[in-house]
Write a protein that binds this ligand. Structure first.
Ligand code: AHR
Length: 500
């Protein structure tokens, strides 16, 4: 039988709540329809934000939201999205379906959304096609409390007080859609642009995010770090707080990624194996960062991750709308476990994307809304937010898979907060239950205070007709026998136990 060993005395690193962050781009029906319907919509809303969606999102404790893109960010001119909505300039969203963007959701609306969600704000600036002045003025508009041209403009537009800008991204994917730059060129541009991301309020510093690599582009990480490094790590720390990493799980090839709902066992394991690759990516990019930042003061921000499948048949290919099955739940579970285990370096991560795009937690159709299996995993895992990672490992679980593709059968992470231990375990096998024995050192006389599970057939999913097919349920497959907890994880399951 597989055994999970936990050392409650060995606290490793703080799991920043921001690891459970989300991403919302002006793409398809993420912002418009999904989050924002406007004040005059028949769909119940508060200041234009959908009540049903905001209320569901609040239940998973959203820590941070990234906006406005993505590729959209490097084409976005923030001044087009402020002031009287009827007069706002329109633009073509060239990346995503060529649709007309009316800019009715802009800076004020984004901060209103963050206020309603109770989350931190991560704004991504435009380095690819914008100017230093434009970026600098945006930060002034958002954060300056005194008398200045931009703060006056903000007040004219109805916001007397500045907002808290927690994170600011200096460009997005500048190796690709953000300008096709070389790492050295971007590194120099980054140094220049970030200089003008001023800190107007020492009590509320803006953390600067430098554009990091795509997948395994170690050359980019090395080139940007080297270009930004100037004599000492301390100097570098003044320049950047985080470096981004983008990695999507694509089971097939880019031209034919695979269906979100129709897949076989081979594709199940291929997807999970590709999701597990995140571990190697973090290890290797972090090792490069270590050379310039040995104390790990610069965080890795995996601010785009998740499954990327073919769009749902009959939907706009530029809108990236896909369904979400138990396979997505498992990818979310193992990926969040990987982030937890790397919480000494990974300080933020944003699932792409929050609503109606890629691996979403919420899907909408008109006034209808559903929570995806991924949503339920985020709900269970919320207890890891702000907890301390505990040393843990699984022995004797073996592997599951096909001849060509194998993955570890079980995958876990464990944390402690306020004396409560949270254990999350995934059974990656799509057809075989796994017995597990859990041994905890240093927990004294403890009880299981909560046991939850998300599980179903590997390709089960929620529809607007049957929105609760795959949900988080109470888990009755575990028991405590003296110091040992025994459980049987059903095939294709994500389980959470809380011990006190
Ligand atoms: O999330 C969709 C797109 O993927 C983003 O706009 C871009 O940054 C990435 O390539």
């Amino acid at each position: 039988m597989a055994k999970l060993f936990i050392d409650a005395n060995n606290k490793k690193s703080l799991i920043e709540p921001e690891i459970y962050g989300h991403f919302s781009e002006h793409l398809g029906r993420c912002i418009y329809e999904g989050l924002y319907v406007g004040e005059n919509s028949d769909i119940p809303n508060i200041n234009g934000m959908r009540k049903d969606v905001v209320s569901a999102l609040k239940e998973i404790d959203i820590p941070v939201l990234r906006w406005p893109g993505g590729c959209f960010a490097d084409e976005y001119h923030w001044k087009d999205g402020i002031g009287d909505k009827a007069k706002r300039k329109k633009m073509v969203n060239t990346h995503w379906g060529g649709v007309t963007e009316d800019n009715s959701f802009g800076t004020h609306e984004f901060f209103e959304l963050c206020r309603q969600l109770g989350c931190k704000a991560y704004v991504n600036g435009n380095l690819g096609s914008g100017t230093v002045q434009e970026m600098s003025e945006w930060v002034e508009y958002i954060t300056f409390g005194g008398l200045s041209p931009m703060s006056e403009l903000r007040k004219e537009n109805g916001s007397e007080e500045p907002w808290t800008l927690d994170y600011f991204g200096v460009g997005n994917e500048n190796w690709g859609c953000g300008g096709n730059m070389t790492p050295e060129y971007y590194g120099n541009e980054y140094r220049r642009y970030q200089t003008y991301v001023r800190q107007y309020d020492s009590e509320r510093p803006v953390k600067k995010v430098c554009c990091g690599p795509n997948v395994d582009d170690y050359h980019w990480t090395e080139g940007v770090m080297k270009t930004c490094f100037d004599h000492t790590p301390e100097h570098l720390h003044g320049l950047m707080d985080l470096l981004s990493l983008h990695y999507y799980t694509v089971p097939g090839v880019w031209e034919k990624k695979g269906s979100a709902t129709e897949f076989d066992t081979e594709e199940w394991y291929k997807t999970l194996s590709k999701a597990l690759y995140m571990d190697e990516l973090i290890n290797r990019h972090s090792a490069i960062m270590d050379q310039y930042d040995p104390e790990k003061k610069i965080g890795l921000s995996v601010d785009e991750w998740g499954n990327w499948f073919d769009v749902e048949p009959g939907t706009n290919p530029g809108f990236l709308y896909q369904q979400n099955t138990v396979r997505d739940a498992l990818v979310a579970g193992v990926t969040l476990d990987i982030f937890n285990k790397h919480s000494d370096r990974v300080k933020m991560a944003c699932l792409a994307q929050m609503v109606n795009v890629l691996q979403s937690v919420i899907l909408t159709d008109g006034d209808k809304m559903l929570r995806t299996p991924t949503y339920h995993v985020f709900h269970m895992y919320r207890h890891h937010q702000g907890a301390e990672l505990l040393e843990s490992y699984i022995d004797g679980a073996g592997q599951s898979g096909t001849e060509d593709c194998k993955v570890p059968s079980l995958h876990e992470s464990v944390s402690i907060k306020d004396g409560i231990i949270t254990i999350t375990v995934n059974n990656l096998s799509c057809d075989k239950a796994e017995d597990l024995e859990i041994n905890i050192t240093g927990a004294g006389d403890s009880e299981i205070i909560e046991a939850k599970i998300v599980s179903d057939k590997m390709d089960a999913y929620n529809t607007f007709e049957n929105p609760d097919k795959v949900i988080e349920k109470d888990f009755d497959g575990c028991s405590k026998d003296g110091d040992v907890i025994k459980l049987t994880l059903p095939a294709a399951s994500v389980v959470e136990l809380r011990i006190k």
